[in-house]
Ligand binder design. Structure first.
Ligand SMILES: *Cc1c(COP(=O)(O)O)cnc(C)c1O
Length: 455
């Protein structure tokens, strides 16, 4: 019969679309990514079976793998880098309470409405109250899009067309090529740089201050450290010079942190005389992307009233997540920072043992984590990692769940500091699956695998 499919013709056994779509994993994917993306992936998996590139039995797995690498949405990632605030991985992961709050705020909410009076009310007033309770030294607070926006608003509102006096040792590039000095001049201020890279004295500031001064800007050099012959002027001394002091703490600590004694915090710098403190919310504060402006009632009001404030304001879901973050639940950032070293070792050992018994070359090794996100440079967080061959790194990244480890000296380190313990089994299973995928690729040395056992 012309066109009949032979016994061995793969087209004979291309799985049907509805059969594949009924796979629970693909059903789940359709619910999260949308049915259109899943249908496309199923179609290309069927095509690969049709052309003999894949076995019929692998069609569903293949569709899932295609979905996993397709740029259809932001993909959740297991952060096994040991870097708590990883800017490329979205900085602070939100607490369950913050996620819940965001979801509750997603519909209609009383963000600018007084339910009792039935009229307009101050935007985000409950989160502001929570922040002021957490930082008693602040008279007022204003929330913007991020730390950079807080600086822009300060420059516009408090130094538009005038000078910002700033130390040459604090002119920071914050990442991806963005520099704080450029940000300030783009906002219409004139920079008056004082001192040198390594040393700036009180008299340098005093000599630069004049009628054109808008404010002195103190920036915490959060992502680098200059060692040796250095000197900078503390906020307490700057505040005696008779002009407003705006202080950028960067990392968003509201109060001192016992593990990070050199990180400045909003409460301390305000008490030392800063008129305004600016900060990020998705670094050490552990909240959503937002920026904080805390300080003198008069200055914060000037900033809030500036026309640019409207362009920098945050959405209702951000306000909700921020309130939940400030509300006192332990944030995932705090949990990762303070993770017990011994507990990390026990978890890493359990995983290494399970992997080794399944034939994966795995070992528990000491691993130096970091705070990251341009915070606490020089602070290392001693922990433990599961060390597997480097060839696991790529399949782990593109697998489901996606796991990002740290590639170091020819190995892939899976540092468990930022991995919730509840995910250990999934991570272990993913390493085994990654081993199988790596084994299936030509030109790669296959790790020897026997059986899968991660429970
Ligand atoms: C991170 C940082 C910023 C920028 O904050 P974003 O929230 O990323 O905009 C500004 N200043 C300092 C000192 C920082 O550490």
């Amino acid at each position: 019969m012309a066109g009949a499919l032979g016994e061995s013709d793969p087209r004979r056994s291309v799985p049907r679309t509805d059969t594949l779509l009924a796979d629970p994993r693909l059903k789940h994917a359709a619910a999260t990514l949308g049915p259109q993306a899943v249908k496309l992936a199923v179609r290309s998996a069927q095509q690969q079976v049709r052309t003999g590139l894949a076995a019929p039995a692998d069609a569903a797995d293949l569709a899932l793998a295609l979905l996993a690498t397709a740029p259809v949405t932001l993909r959740p990632v297991v952060n096994a880098t040991g870097v708590v605030l990883h800017t490329n991985l979205g900085r602070a992961p939100l607490s369950a309470a913050a996620v819940e709050a965001m979801s509750r705020a997603a519909g209609y909410v009383d963000v600018e409405f007084d339910l009792e009076a039935g009229g307009r009310a101050g935007r985000g007033r409950t989160v502001k109250a929570a922040l002021l309770a957490a930082v008693p030294a602040a008279e007022d607070v204003h929330i913007v899009n991020n730390g950079a926006a807080a600086l822009v608003l300060a420059a516009c509102a408090l130094a538009g067309g005038r000078e910002i006096v700033v130390s040459r040792g604090e002119l920071v590039e914050i990442g991806d090529g963005f520099r704080i000095p450029d940000l300030l001049t783009a906002a219409g201020a004139v920079l008056r740089e004082v001192g040198t890279t390594n040393r700036t004295h009180l008299r340098d500031y005093a000599e630069a201050i004049g009628p054109a001064t808008g404010f002195i800007l103190k920036i915490h050099p959060s992502n680098f450290r200059i060692e040796g012959f250095t000197s900078s002027v503390p906020v307490a001394e700057l505040s005696g010079l008779g002009v407003p002091v705006v202080a950028d703490i960067g990392s968003g600590l509201l109060g001192p942190h016992p593990l990070l004694p050199t990180e400045p915090d909003a409460g301390t710098w305000l008490s030392q005389g800063a008129d305004v403190v600016t900060a990020s919310c998705d670094k050490l504060l552990g909240g959503p992307q937002a920026g904080l402006i805390l300080g003198s009632g008069e200055r914060v009001a000037e900033m809030r009233r500036h026309p640019m404030a409207r362009a920098l304001r945050v959405g209702k879901t951000t306000l909700a997540a921020l309130q939940a973050t400030v509300g006192g639940h332990e944030t995932p950032v705090e949990a990762a920072l303070t993770a017990d070293r011994e507990v990390l070792r026990v978890r890493a050992d359990a995983m290494s043992t399970a992997l080794t018994s399944s034939g994966v070359q795995a070992e528990t090794v000491a691993s130096a984590g970091a705070v990251g996100g341009g915070s606490a440079p020089g602070v290392t967080l001693p922990g433990w990692a599961v060390r597997v061959p480097e060839q696991f790194a790529e399949p782990l990244r593109i697998g489901e769940p996606s796991i990002v480890g740290r590639v170091e000296h020819g190995f892939c380190l899976l540092d468990l500091r930022c991995v919730p313990a509840a995910l250990d089994e999934q991570v272990c299973a993913a390493v085994l699956a990654a081993g199988r995928r790596a084994a299936g690729r030509p030109g790669r040395r296959p790790p020897e695998l026997t059986a899968a056992s991660c429970t």
